[in-house]
Every structure is written in structure tokens, then in C-alpha cells.
Write a protein that binds this ligand. Structure first.
Ligand SMILES: Nc1ncnc2c1ncn2[C@@H]1O[C@H](COP(=O)(O)OP(=O)(O)OP(=O)(O)O)[C@@H](O)[C@H]1O
Length: 808
């Protein structure tokens, strides 16, 4: 509520763009004509009326218009202002409603006015007390920001609502209009509310502005800091280079220069430059920096645009064949297959067709066979023949997909995969890559390496091969992939689908002799530091080494034996114990490298032979090392103590266990007819054992051998030592076909077996078996297990027949 008291007559002091509120003390410049006129008029009036202080009416004038409300001001002092100009110090006293114009002394404008009386509720309602607190808090926070500590105290001490609100007149952030609003709000509580709002708004704006300013400042700071640090880094580097005696400009670790000067495909360069930028931003010590450097090194070392030139000069197929012939003895069919493969590849290439693709396209040659038959070295020969670089990627035991495709770079110690590493090692984008032991890749929780390999080998995908580590695409379409495997069955199905198989089953003794003479001996002579003419191995010595000192499908141990022999001779020569040149004959072997390890069963003392007791039969099997002979032993358990049923030992697979069951069932039902005492089989346990040594692959082909061993056991008739057999047996006694005939026959021959029994339906496989082996073997193709028993069991000897061995 506002009341007006008796009228006042006052000279108007107009304030342009300025507002003085009650309680404020302001200095005003007397050079200003309006100010001087008002002050002088007031002084004159005061003198005549005897008032103590001259009084003026301070009225804001906005765009030439006066506000409705003014403030009664008393002139406190007239003198010099801080800048030396004449001035007056005026104190605002109270609100006055501006009335009509009137006359008075001097040049000033005189008006009538009425003082505005203010009432404040007493005591203050809670809401107002709260408002007072809020205002003080806001004002304090604002003042503290400006470090106006004395003012903080003064504001805190004001208790009067009206005075507190008018104190806002000092706020420099308020616009003239806002101050006029404060002036014209005559109710003190309403005015304090308004002042509080204005203050709050300002503080909020300030907060936003401040945080923006902070952000801006930080950005600037960071850029500046970075710039400064960079300069410092450069200076330090330069100094280090000078210390190390490097010439200016010869910046070994300046990746930017290296990337820019390297011969990289455009996409790769872009990616590399991006990394260089990251590197430049990271500190020298940060782990990220070292990752990036490793990555850049890898990228820079890859032979992006290197390729050996084979199509332009055009390796001619005849030349290629000549290389294959020169480096490997024998293997005619294998070489033929490789030559065909090369010819097709070349023709397609010449006609711009690219690699043979598509499913079953057989873009990849897979060399399958036992160890030491020359798979790896054939791969190398293919590279020679094509005039390309050769790299070998060992896949044995790879179970992690990342081995093939690389680890993501975020992985600690990440590396590119083996394919990328192979390309790097080859130093060209079109090498011959030999995927060695592709049958030994496994899969587990870390993914399926075979799936990654599939992508590598697929001509539709491999021109954009993506290694997880490298992250840039690599074109593998010009790489010649070859694969090797020991065991065909172990190659993952999907991969097998992509491959053209070339089988290497092993060598005959004659072939080994030729290989040893033409290839292994010359190489090992050189290794032993001997001249070609100094040591000769005659044919009988080579034969002895191949036949009695080693027993293998390939020639790896043979090569070792030759090496051992030559080392011995070289040492003896150095010790003066042997004259050179020297020709080694079969009789010299024993003295040089000791006794042979592999004597044929038939050459053993008859009592020492494995088949010297009933119940042991000789089988033929394929193992990881190629074909091999193995012995199957059968015995009957003691009727008192032994458990009934069938016991099998010797690391057998499920299929082999089933074959054993079938052999047993067959003999139980046909024993009588075969004149075998099958009653024994009913109440006594049977034990079949495959002695360790060579562990055969799981399969049914030992069926005939197990049947024969059991029949021998029951009849007491020995199995002929010179007979070995292979074949599956059905419940009715039919002999069914099996695999690996060539490997098995080579093994039989190696072991000195002379009679071999095979299933009739395998007869066509004999075409693959070298003639020299067939010549020495008496091969019987049979259809029924009865024929097997007839051939294999020796005639009964009187008396000894009942001596049946027993298992413990
Ligand atoms: N037909 C051959 N003519 C000449 N040398 C041969 C022949 N076969 C094999 N060799 C030689 O025998 C050695 C063993 O061959 P290699 O290492 O290539 O066997 P591999 O089949 O790859 O065996 P693995 O499966 O264990 O890798 C090599 O030194 C190779 O040169």
C-alpha cells in the first residue's frame, strides 16, 4: 500500500540512460547543462527557504521521455570530481511520483511531486524472510565472483526489504529499462522479488557464458599447448639426432616421410597417413604410439607393388617340367599333374581369365602323403619352375582363427596373421605359398581357422583379403597356393572341396635308391664338406640303407642315415683312419653306422618271429607315417578267473572295435563249419591287442587280420610269417574293399612280406602299385574270409596244436 503526503516542488535533474534509486549516492558532472541548472536551482531554493540541503528530483529520461517516478535527491556536496571536473555528490532519498510542471528559480524545469510512502508488513511473513535470504545469497555469490568483499558485508547487514531491493541499483549488469522497472515498482516486497529474479537470471546466464568461455579457453589452451610441445619435441629430436651423429633430414623414424615416399596403393597410403597423424599426436612413450609404429612398420614392409615377373617372360611349360624333373626323381604322375595344373593356369592367365574358380574348381593343389615323400620340396620346385618366391606356412596345431587372419589391433601384442606374414617374408605379392599340414588345423573356441583359410583360398574373395590386424585389404589373387597333408581324411571338408588332390604314397626301394644316389647323396656330401668323387655309395650300400636301416614311406630317415654315414667317413678321414676316395659297400655299413634296425620277419630266427605262436597275424594298415605292417595278437582268458566277453587294447578307434566284434561273431556262428573249437569263445573272454608302434588309423580294414588271429588261436595253427593281409569282413564272412592299397603294398614289400591278401574288389588299385613291387609280391584277391584262412594258416602240426596262449 502506498500513500502520498503533502506535495513537493522540485527542480528536475534528468538522467539519460541512468537510474538512481533511493539509498544510492552518485557523483554527477556539473559540466552537463541540465545537471548544473538543476543543482543551481536547488541551491537557490534552499537558500531562500532556509532548507539545510538543496533538493532535486532525479528523473530517468529514456529517449527524451521522462519516467513517471523519480527519486528525491539531496545535494550532499559540490566540488571537484576524481577527473578534476566540477561535480556534485547526490544522495537518493525516496520515490516521488512526478506531477505537473510548475515554476521556480533558475534555468531548471520545476515540477510538483508527491512522495511515495512505503509499507512493509511487520513482522515479515516467512516467504519474505526467505526471499531476503535468497537475495542476499545470490548477491553474495555474485559479489564474491567479482571479489567485492566489503560490499558483501554491507549487503549482508541490510535488513530493510525496501533498501535491500534498491541496492540493486548498483548492479552494473542491469539495463536502464530493468532499473526503471525497479524504480517504478513501488511495493517493496514486489520490488525485492523483481530484484531477486533479475539477479538469478543474470547469474544463470553468467554460468552458461562462463562454461562456454571455459571450453573455448581450454580449446585454445590445448592447441597452444600442443603447438608448443610439438616445437619442443622437434627440438629434442633434432638434438638427439645431432648427438647420434645423424645428418639433418636423415630421419629414420619420420614415418610421414617414409609413408609418403613408399610405393603404396592409394587406399593403403590414406590409411597409413591417418595413423601417422595419430602417431604425431601421441606422446613418444605412450603405448599407443608404439602400436602404431609397429603397424606402420608392417605396412611399410609389405611388398605392395612387388611381384616377380613370370607371365611376361612366360615360364614355358616345358621349362617348368624340366625344373621338376631335375629336382625330384621319379614321381612321374605327380609331376604330370603339376605340369597340367601349371599349363592350365598359364593358359587362363594368358587369356586374362584369372585363376580357375568356383566350387570344386580346384584352384589349389593339395599334395597328400606320408612324411618325407617330398611334398614340401615339390612345392619349392613349383616356385622354381614358375620363377616365383616360395614361402611355407606351417599350419600344424593351428587352432585359433587369429593365427590366419591376425589379431585385432586393440589386442595386446597383436600380430598380423600368417598369410600376411608370409607375403611379407616372400617380399612379393605373387609368391608360391605352401600351406603345410593343412590336415592338422583344428578348431576350438577361438574360432575356426579352416573358415579363414577358405576365404584365403577362394578366388572370389581373396582379392580383397582382410587381415584383422592390417585392416587394409590385401590382394591375394595372384598368389599360388599349394597345400600339403599327411592324412586325407583329416582335411576339413570345406577345404577339401577347394582342392585338387595329388597323392604321393611313398617310394619303393628302387626309387629310394635312385633318390638317394641322385639327390640325397650329393646334397649330404656337400654338407659334410666332401667332394663328389671322394665318397661313393654303391648300389648294395644304398639298398641296405633303404631296406634295413630305415623303414618308412618317404626318404627322410634315409637322408639322415646317409648324412650320418658321411659324417663318420669325414671324421675318420680327418683322424687319418681312412683313405679317400672310398666306395661304401653293403658290408661296410655295420662298421660305420652300427647294426640295422629293421630286419624282415622272414629273416629272423623262426623262434623269434612274432608269428611263432598261434593267435598272431600280420596285417597291413595306413598310419600317419604311410603304410605299415602291424601284428594283431589274440588270446583267451582263463576260464576260472578271466572275465567273459571281448577286451580290446592298443588305442583303437570305434570302427576297429566294431570290426573285432564282427570277427568274433563270425567265428562264433561259423566256427563249427570251419572246424574251429568255438565252444571256447562262448565261455572264455577274448582279448585282442594291437601292439603299439605304429598306430593305425581307425577303419575296418583290420577285419580279416583279427579274424585270422582268432582262428589261429582257436585252431592252434600258426599264421604264415610271409603272409600279410588287409580287408573288411562282414558278418557272413565276405571280404569287403578297403583303402590305401598302394601304401599297404609298399609297406608289405618293405617289410619283406612275400604274400599279400587283398579284397577282390580292390584289384583295380593294383594298377597304381609300381610294377617292381608287384613282381616281388604274390598278391591274392579274395572274396571270402574262408579263403583268407586257407591261405594264411599254416597246416596243423601234431601235438603243438592245443597249446593255446593265455592272457594273465
Ligand atoms: N622324389 C624325390 N626326389 C628327390 N628328393 C626327394 C624326393 N622325395 C623327397 N625328397 C627329399 O626328401 C626330403 C624330405 O622331403 P620333404 O621334407 O619335402 O617331405 P614332406 O613330404 O614335405 O614331409 P612332411 O610331410 O614331413 O613335411 C627332402 O630333402 C626332399 O628333397
Amino acid at each position: 500500500m502506498t500513500l502520498t503526503s503533502e506535495p513537493l516542488t522540485l527542480p528536475v535533474l534528468p538522467l539519460d540512460d541512468e537510474v538512481v534509486l533511493p539509498g544510492m549516492v552518485v557523483p554527477l558532472d556539473l559540466n552537463d547543462a541540465d545537471v548544473r541548472a538543476a543543482v543551481e536551482a536547488a541551491q537557490a531554493a534552499a537558500r531562500s527557504s532556509g532548507d539545510s540541503k538543496p533538493r532535486v528530483l532525479l528523473v530517468p529520461r529514456i529517449d527524451g521521455t521522462y519516467a513517471n517516478t523519480g527519486v528525491l535527491g539531496t545535494v550532499e556536496q559540490v566540488g571537484r570530481l576524481a577527473d578534476g571536473d566540477p561535480g556534485a555528490l547526490i544522495r537518493g532519498r525516496g520515490r516521488v511520483r512526478v506531477g505537473a510542471g510548475t515554476t521556480g528559480p533558475g534555468a531548471a524545469l520545476w515540477v510538483e511531486g508527491a512522495e511515495v510512502e512505503e509499507t512493509v508488513p511487520d513482522p515479515l511473513p516467512g516467504a519474505v524472510t526467505e526471499l531476503v535470504k535468497e537475495y542476499k545469497a545470490l548477491a553474495t555469490s555474485w559479489l564474491k565472483k567479482r571479489a567485492a568483499w566489503q560490499v558483501v558485508d554491507r549487503v549482508q547487514q541490510i535488513d530493510d526489504v525496501s533498501t535491500l531491493a534498491d541496492n540493486s541499483g548498483y548492479s552494473p549488469f542491469l539495463t536502464t529499462a530493468q532499473k526503471v522497472e525497479l524504480l517504478e515498482t513501488t511495493d517493496p516486497v514486489a520490488r525485492l522479488k523483481l530484484a531477486t529474479e533479475q539477479l538469478r537470471e543474470h547469474l544463470a546466464e553468467q554460468d552458461v557464458a562462463e562454461s562456454i568461455a571455459k571450453d573455448v579457453q581450454e580449446g585454445v589452451d590445448k592447441q597452444q599447448r600442443e603447438f608448443l610441445l610439438r616445437r619442443q619435441l622437434e627440438a629434442v629430436r633434432k638434438e638427439l639426432r645431432e648427438l647420434n651423429g645423424e645428418a639433418e633430414g636423415e630421419e629414420s623414424d619420420d614415418y610421414r616421410v617414409r609413408v609418403e615416399s613408399a610405393d603404396l596403393p592409394e587406399k593403403v597410403r590414406e590409411a597409413a597417413l591417418k595413423e601417422v597423424e595419430k602417431l604425431e599426436r601421441s606422446s613418444d612413450q605412450s603405448p599407443e604410439g608404439s602400436w602404431i609404429r609397429t603397424w606402420l612398420d608392417t605396412v611399410l614392409e609389405l611388398p605392395w607393388n612387388e611381384r616377380t615377373d613370370d607371365s611376361a617372360a612366360g615360364y614355358d611349360i616345358r621349362g617348368a617340367r624340366a625344373v621338376l624333373d631335375a629336382e625330384h626323381a621319379g614321381l612321374d604322375d605327380v609331376k604330370e599333374r603339376i605340369t597340367e595344373y601349371l599349363a592350365v593356369r598359364k593358359r587362363r592367365n594368358d587369356r586374362g581369365l584369372g585363376v580357375v574358380g568356383g566350387r570344386r574348381g580346384g584352384a589349389v593343389l593339395a599334395l597328400v602323403g606320408p612324411p618325407g615323400v617330398g611334398k614340401t620340396s615339390l612345392g619349392e620346385s613349383v616356385a622354381h619352375a614358375m620363377g616365383r618366391k616360395f614361402v611355407r606356412v606351417a599350419l600344424g596345431g593351428v587352432r585359433d582363427e587369429a593365427e590366419i587372419r591376425g589379431h585385432r589391433r586393440t589386442y595386446v601384442g597383436a600380430l598380423p596373421g600368417r598369410i600376411v606374414r608370409a607375403i611379407k617374408e616372400a617380399g612379393s605379392m605373387n609368391p608360391v605359398v605352401l600351406l603345410d599340414e593343412i590336415d592338422k588345423v583344428g578348431s576350438d573356441f577361438r574360432g575356426d581357422p579352416a573358415a579363414a583359410l577358405l576365404e584365403v583360398l577362394d578366388p572370389a574373395q581373396n582379392h580383397t583379403f582382410r587381415d584383422h590386424y592390417l585392416e587394409v585389404e590385401l590382394d591375394l589373387s595372384d598368389v599360388v597356393f599349394l597345400a600339403t597333408a599327411n592324412v586325407l581324411e583329416a582335411i576339413p571338408e570345406a577345404l577339401l572341396d577347394r582342392m585338387e588332390l595329388v597323392r604321393l604314397d611313398g617310394y619303393t626301394e628302387d626309387e629310394k635308391v635312385v633318390i638317394a644316389r641322385d639327390h640325397l647323396l650329393p646334397r649330404q656330401l656337400e654338407r659334410a664338406g666332401l667332394e663328389t668323387a671322394e665318397v661313393t655309395l654303391d648300389e648294395s650300400a644304398l639298398r641296405g640303407l633303404a631296406g634295413e636301416y630305415t623303414r618308412e614311406a618317404g626318404v627322410r630317415n634315409l637322408e639322415r642315415a646317409v648324412a650320418r654315414l658321411l659324417r663318420k667317413i669325414a671324421a675318420q678321414h680327418e683322424l687319418g683312419e681312412r683313405e679317400l676316395p672310398f666306395t661304401v659297400g653293403a658290408d661296410d655299413l655295420r662298421a660305420l653306422i652300427g647294426r640295422p634296425h629293421h630286419v624282415p620277419e622272414s629273416a629272423q630266427d623262426p623262434a623269434e618271429r612274432r608269428t611263432a605262436v598261434p593267435g598272431v597275424a600280420t596285417g597291413l594298415a595306413v598310419t600317419g607315417a604311410g603304410g605299415d605292417v602291424l601284428f594283431v595278437e589274440a588270446s583267451l582268458a582263463d576260464p576260472e578267473t578271466g572275465a567273459a566277453g571281448l577286451t580290446l587294447t592298443g588305442q583303437l578307434g570305434d570302427v576297429m572295435k566294431e570290426s573285432a566284434q564282427i570277427a568274433l561273431s563270425f567265428l562264433r556262428s561259423h566256427g563249427a563249419e570251419l572246424e574251429l573249437p568255438v565252444a571256447d569263445l562262448k565261455d572264455r573272454g577274448v582279448h585282442i591287442h594291437f601292439p603299439a608302434g605304429a598306430v593305425p588309423k581307425d577303419g575296418p580294414s583290420a577285419g580279416v587280420t583279427m579274424t585270422t588271429a582268432l582262428a589261429s588261436l582257436l585252431s592252434g595253427r600258426l599264421v604264415r610269417t610271409d603272409v600279410a593281409m588287409t580287408g573288411e569282413v562282414s558278418l557272413t564272412g565276405r571280404v569287403l574293399p578297403i583303402g590305401g592299397v598302394k601304401q599297404k603294398l609298399l609297406a608289405a614289400h618293405r617289410a619283406g612280406v612275400t604274400t599279400v591278401i587283398i579284397p577282390k574288389r580292390n584289384e583295380p588299385d593294383l594298377d597304381d602299385v609300381p610294377a617292381e613291387v608287384l613282381e616281388k609280391l604274390d598278391v591274392h584277391a579274395v572274396t571270402d574270409v574262408r579263403q583268407v584262412l586257407e591261405l594264411a594258416l599254416a597246416p596243423a602240426t601234431n601235438g603243438a596244436a592245443t597249446e593255446v596262449p593265455m592272457a594273465a
